[in-house]
Design a protein around this ligand. Structure first.
Ligand code: ADP
Length: 221
């Protein structure tokens, strides 16, 4: 369970304080697939940064599966990001000199898993996303949709509780976007992780189980 209680984030600026989030309270059930929507500047990135432990609220409380992110120390937040969180980006962020399976297994090798264990788990994840035939392909040999599926496999490989996706379909054509959204639905329904996706796309938002709409830093609707 993810809970936000009276979360505000105020950025100081020479022109005066910017209230990026104002008194946001929210519960997100485990294994849900939520879309965060709203116009540019409404606070979506701020919310994602707070959930990702990259920033701290000015006031209020955020807990993820019982771990309080507000007021957590840098070491605790680093461990949170490494162990509990997966991130999916608009531009995939695969390492170009590594094959699909090498990209996917890297987080496991970095934390000290054996090469055999890491390779086996990465293979399972490539199967989950339908990329087994592309296991040894380099990113430049993959389509955009295939690159994003490899990035989804990488985001899940260490069994995170929460996956944050920042405009994951923003760089894909509609067929490939639909495949990624189906994959997100499968991840939620198989209870593999909670997914929170920031999107400008109404089609992507409609694929989620829940929409969290922001307007001027507040929940709208
Ligand atoms: P979105 O992702 O919905 O476009 P953001 O969360 O990036 O919105 O921004 C919300 C508001 O906070 C905007 O008015 C933005 O200009 C402001 N903002 C974001 N980051 C900073 C920052 N580091 N310093 C000052 N203002 C910021």
């Amino acid at each position: 369970m993810i809970t936000l209680r009276h979360v505000s984030r105020i950025y100081p600026s020479p022109a005066g304080e910017v209230h990026a989030l104002r008194d946001v309270s929210l519960d997100i059930a485990p294994h849900s697939f939520c879309a965060v929507t709203g116009p540019s500047g409404c606070g979506k990135s701020t919310l994602l940064n707070l959930l990702g432990g990259l920033d701290q609220p000015t006031s209020g409380q955020i807990t993820v599966d019982g771990l309080a992110l507000h007021g957590a120390g840098e070491a605790e937040l680093t461990a949170y990001r490494r162990e509990r969180l997966g991130i999916i980006f608009q531009f995939f962020n695969l390492l170009p000199a590594m094959t699909a399976v090498e990209n996917v297994e890297l987080p496991l090798l970095l934390r000290g898993d054996s090469t055999k264990q890491a390779r086996a788990r990465a293979g399972e994840m490539l199967e989950l996303v339908g990329l087994t035939p592309r296991t040894h392909a380099f990113p430049h040999q993959l389509s955009g949709g295939e690159m994003q599926r490899a990035a989804v496999a990488r985001a899940l490989v260490h069994r995170p509780a929460l996956v944050l996706a920042d405009e994951p379909t923003g760089n894909l054509d509609s067929d490939n976007a639909a495949r990624i959204l189906e994959l997100f639905q499968k991840i939620a329904s198989q209870r593999l992780a909670t997914l929170i996706m920031v999107t400008h796309s109404p089609e992507a938002a409609a694929a989620a189980n829940r929409q969290i709409a922001l307007m001027d830093g507040q929940l709208s609707t």
